[in-house]
Design a protein around this ligand. Structure first.
Ligand SMILES: Nc1ncnc2c1ncn2[C@@H]1O[C@H](COP(=O)(O)OP(=O)(O)OP(=O)(O)O)[C@@H](O)[C@H]1O
Length: 401
């Protein structure tokens, strides 16, 4: 059974709590872990939400491991089966219940008796089975397909999803009654970029795991590599970090993992600070990320009130701003506007849509950062109108909270 190391209250140094494979170092993460363990001690059904790769299954396993339940942990991905199959697999069937059912078979609920059933991607469960699931949860008994005999159950259900179930209810893809039943006890796992203090401890943890697996001595991160990991936005969250470290250990040729060994997917194209200059090719390795190059001699235009600009940009900038001060904010804002403008082939309307701001705001920001200075071409949209709402699918909203 996984064991949590409890830390003395007086311990002020940053600490990593390791419980089997659990790394929770960020103060917010530790609070979350406390919450999870309190829920684990109850019998409550728990809904774990969070983006892909944030550790939902790991948390479900931890809930089981710390619940004191002696039965097994049974994990099922609801999105991986057809409706007919998942019905029979979840609730079991008697012999002859349907064509091909030559033997009676216990379903996952019965298999998890005394333990925990983890239903991953619960949002993918077909509506008809949502009704059945709700009934099983309420009555604490299951009836196999082809039978009328109720089988009593003692199963703790943990469900997980990376979609917004409330929206799925609004879109009539998910039943409201099941939603309310599942949402009583919830755990929301933050995206990795919002757990800054967890990034390096997790990276070190994965270095340990994979060096062990590869049978090599531990290779530490160089300073630059650590910096790059902290600055990256991690759209694939902890799973992506794990893969990046695994790959880096395979390609690393020296005594330390270098930034160039890290295969990070670029969120932003590289930045050229000269207005109107063509974007250079991404750097090799390190996902093409480059720090902004030194300021070139393009004259700054009339500034716009910073607060105005900030209020319209995604929340991730607020985080960067808190951490890095105005200089960092400006650099990121400029990089973003420049990237969107180049990506939209200097069409202000399309840039505005990608950024989720008005066209006037794009124009103001372009001016402010000298991107409409001499040599820059200004193309307007062909009569397209833009409203203030962020456009769906904007490539620049990936890391927004
Ligand atoms: N706190 C953590 N400490 C150590 N490893 C972790 C932690 N959280 C997640 N991981 C690792 O990250 C990987 C992804 O975690 P997991 O599969 O639990 O994510 P998930 O949210 O269920 O993903 P998906 O939504 O894609 O199913 C796993 O290898 C897991 O062991």
């Amino acid at each position: 059974m996984a064991k949590i190391l409890t830390l003395p209250d007086s311990h002020t140094a940053p600490l990593t709590i390791r419980a089997k494979a659990l790394v929770f170092h960020d103060p917010q993460s530790r609070l979350l872990l406390d919450h999870v363990e309190r829920l684990a001690r109850s019998d409550a059904t728990v809904l774990v939400t969070g983006e892909t790769g944030t550790g939902k299954e790991l948390i479900a396993r931890h809930i089981h491991a710390t619940s004191g339940r002696a039965g097994p942990f049974v994990a099922v991905n609801c999105g991986a089966f057809s409706e007919t199959l998942i019905d029979a697999e979840l609730f079991g069937h008697e012999a002859g219940a349907f064509t091909g059912a030559s033997h009676a078979r216990a379903g996952w609920f019965e298999s998890a008796n005394g333990g925990t059933l983890f239903l991953d991607e619960i949002g993918d469960l077909p509506m008809a089975l949502q009704v059945k699931l709700l009934r099983v949860l309420q009555e604490r008994q299951v009836v196999r397909l082809g039978s009328r005999r109720p089988i009593p159950l003692d199963v703790r259900l943990v469900a997980a999803t990376n979609i917004d179930l409330a929206r799925a209810v609004a879109a009539q893809h998910f039943r409201a009654d099941l939603y309310y039943r599942l949402s009583v006890a919830g755990v929301r796992l933050p995206a990795l970029h919002a757990r800054q203090a967890d990034i390096l401890p997790l990276a070190e943890h994965f270095i340990g795991v994979y060096c062990n697996r590869l049978g090599i001595r531990t290779i530490p991160l160089s300073h630059d590599a650590g910096d790059a990991l902290r600055r990256y936005s991690w759209p694939g969250n902890i799973r992506e970090l794990e893969n990046v470290i695994h790959y880096a250990l395979i390609v690393c040729a020296g005594d330390e993992i270098q930034a160039s060994d890290l295969k990070l997917v670029p969120l932003l194209p590289p930045v050229d600070r000269r207005a109107g200059a063509a974007s250079p090719e991404p750097a090799p390795g390190y996902g093409g990320y480059r720090p902004p190059v030194a300021e070139a001699a393009s004259p700054p235009s009339a500034p716009v009130p910073a607060a105005d600009a900030r209020s319209r940009l995604p929340a991730v900038f607020d985080e960067l701003l808190r951490e890095g001060g105005d200089g960092l904010f400006d650099a990121v804002e400029r990089a973003l506007v420049h990237a969107a403008f180049e990506h939209a082939q200097r069409n202000q309307v399309r840039s505005a849509r990608a950024l989720g701001v008005t066209r006037n705001m794009v124009r103001t920001l372009l001016k402010r950062h000298g991107l409409l200075a001499a040599g820059a071409i200004e193309l307007d949209g062909e009569g397209e109108s833009v409203d203030d709402a962020a456009s769906a699918g904007s490539p620049f909203t990936l890391s927004a909270a």
